[in-house]
Write a protein that binds this ligand. Sequence first.
Ligand code: DOR
Ligand code: ZN
Length: 431
Amino acid sequence: MTTLLIRGATPYGEGGPVDVLVRDGVIREIADRVDADAGTEVLDAGGLVALPGFVDLHTHLREPGREDTETIETGSRAAALGGYTAVFAMANTDPVADNAVVVEHVWRRGREVGLVDVHPVGAVTVGLKGERLAELGTMARSAAGVRIFSDDGLCVADPLIMRRALEYTKALDAVIAQHAEEPRLTVGAQAHEGEQAARLGLAGWPAVAEESIVARDCLLARHVGARLHVCHVSTEGTAEVLRWAKGRGTRVSAEVTPHHLLLDDSRLSTYDPVNKVNPPLRTATDAAALRAALADGTVDCVATDHAPHASQDKDCEWSAARPGMLGLQTALPIVVQTMVNPGLLDWRGVARVMSERPAEIAGLPDQGRPIAVGEPATLTLVDPAGRWTVRGADLASVAANTPYEGMELPGAVVATVLRGALTARDGKAAK
Ligand code: DOR
Ligand code: ZN
């Protein structure tokens, strides 16, 4: 295998620049100066920050079923370009990933593409219907080795089914990732229930529909002694519930999306469905509380909820549009804008929320590792001074539904390295 010399990057943005020598996928040497042998590929990384490769616990890759919006190949490209070295592909595909055949297909296709480790999420219930548990053990023991189960898109609303699911996943050393939405409180919901929705005449999705399920599931997880992961936390009240539950030793972790850190429901006044997402954009107060919760560790990590949609499902009236927005290629810049630039996180903190904590939550042994000799060379190189203007049409995804169209964002992923192989460099994926 080739040797790669990463010249002049600063690990975690701390101390001075160093040279990092990589051979056979492993970091072999880190020193002020490493000389390159003939045949060594040299990556000039002067001025760049080196971080462990990012891990996304929440990606919709849409294959099988909606390859007109994303495929495992195009989504893998978007992931590599966004600095990701592992992604978790949500189960709400068509057919649903509720059995070993589908999860093994997703896992194999991810390996064939080879740009990012694609880990399928298994559905909790058959067909995401919330009625009968899917074969969690069979998916866990399949070649895909499923360790995260979720009905995302929908909530596991029945408390008895949720309890049983937690019991099974405890035995399997797996985790349930809950899309927390009490469906009885969100019938017909179109936007965050509040002043803005009232003004626009959109039916409300109240914060309590999320918070009540998170509280219930924290209590259930503690009762069972199982682990719970809360998807896309969107309200200040959910952060308060998590703080309380963690304070009493509940085994709960949580993620926040870049869009809930940056955007709020003031964006809705144009009625542009590109801003329609589930859970909905909340108030500016909620977004500020989420930034604080991510900074203090109440919320463990950032996850994209990358949700590609076809133009006919987005360029239509608000009520008919599907919820969701692209996220893989814009995640790091938004974390820089909302967390790094205001001083809420340093680069060490970015490594924690984008890489280390998600790898720990998912139980990935070779992701989110320290940048040190003997460790896997699975890295992201970021230009902290870089700026780029988002153009949906230029993103690697098949779909183009980005809410950041035309925005100039700070911080650019310059290169991504997966076990010593460059998967993206200067805005181009390796395949
Ligand atoms: O906005 C969302 N889009 N939220 C979800 O829970 C599902 C996702 C999707 O699959 O499009
Ligand atoms: Zn969801």
